[in-house]
Design a protein around this ligand. Structure first.
Ligand code: SF4
Length: 306
């Protein structure tokens, strides 16, 4: 008979030791919280676990599990252990997830330090790995020691401990060429950044779909260097939703520099009745010209008429 077959049939004496199991559960639990016997399972030859309902508030669905056993050819059953275990309907906390997997974009706040893994797929060596790494590199042992001793104060504004590389070393030459970075973006890092940016400010966004023209022809687009510059730039239009953000050249918005021309202010129509000018209105002859009437303003004329 196989072990699996033997273990399915509970040992009779162990199965009958319900009172012994209950006493063990009540000894381990607080008084009055061990409820009904809810069944048993065979754990193996002459080893049985009895389950009792847990009536403690806050442990809904949990069960007291008491394992009893007896030796071969022995009639006395003894207690192995008594523990509280979750049943199939127990309310359980979600599975624990390490912080590095819980981290989301935007979680980092002022003063936080986010270490990059030595095997981070987004990065690759910036220059030949034959040389000694700068001490601030995540790959350097010195940096690992420093991180372990982490009580060290982080001086604001002092980005790691940049020491001058040895003369003639590859790091020194790389520094002279302006390339002294232990790691740079890998192809994977470039592609994942491009995917994120394309999703946020790319051609498929509703804003771009409704735009009169795309960023590639916009005067507010600031070009960026490197290979990503072939597909992206930075928007510098303060009225655009993408101001200060990396935008795809195929993105666009209503603030496109050439999309709409500012209309000229409309010219006011000439007044139909000119009340700003006094019209001459002669009532009597002028003394100089004999029969020519004298000139009075329109208001006098009106008064005289009335
Ligand atoms: S203003 Fe609009 S069209 Fe111009 S660069 Fe910015 S997002 Fe692109």
């Amino acid at each position: 008979m196989s072990a699996a077959t033997r273990s399915r049939t509970p040992d009779r004496l162990c199965a009958e030791a319900v009172d012994l199991a209950r006493a063990a559960a009540e000894e381990a639990a607080a008084p009055g919280v061990v409820g009904e016997h809810e069944g048993l399972v065979s754990e193996g030859d002459r080893v049985v676990t009895h389950f009792f309902e847990c009536k403690e508030l806050g442990y809904r669905g949990w069960r007291w599990a008491v394992t009893v056993a007896r030796a071969s050819r022995a009639k006395i059953v003894t207690v192995d252990e008594a523990v509280l275990l979750p049943g199939p309907d127990a309310v359980l906390a979600p599975e624990w997830v390490p912080w590095s997997e819980r981290l989301r974009p935007g979680d980092m706040g002022p003063g936080d330090l986010l270490p990059t893994d030595a095997e981070d797929l987004r990065l690759e060596p910036g220059y030949s790995g034959e040389d000694e790494l700068p001490p601030n590199s995540a790959l350097s042992e010195e940096f690992a020691d420093l991180a372990e001793a982490e009580d060290a104060e982080v001086t604001p504004g002092a980005p790691a401990h940049l020491t001058a590389p040895a003369r003639g070393s590859i790091a020194a030459v790389a520094e002279e060429l302006g390339m002294r970075r232990a790691r740079v973006l890998s192809r994977y890092g470039l592609h994942s950044a491009a995917d994120r940016w394309e999703e946020a400010f790319g051609a498929k966004t509703p804003m771009a779909q409704a735009a009169p023209a795309s960023c590639v022809t916009c005067g507010f687009l600031v070009p960026i260097g490197g290979s990503l510059g072939q597909a992206f730039g930075v928007c510098a239009n303060e009225f655009s939703p993408a101001d200060g953000r990396v935008v795809s050249l195929a993105y666009g918005c209503g603030g496109h520099s050439e999309a709409a021309v500012m209309p000229k202010p409309p010219q006011p129509a000439p007044p139909v009745i000119d009340e700003t000018r006094v019209d001459p209105f002669p009532l009597r002859p002028s003394p100089d010209s004999g029969s020519v009437p004298a000139v009075e303003d329109a208001s006098s004329a009106e008064l005289g008429h009335s």
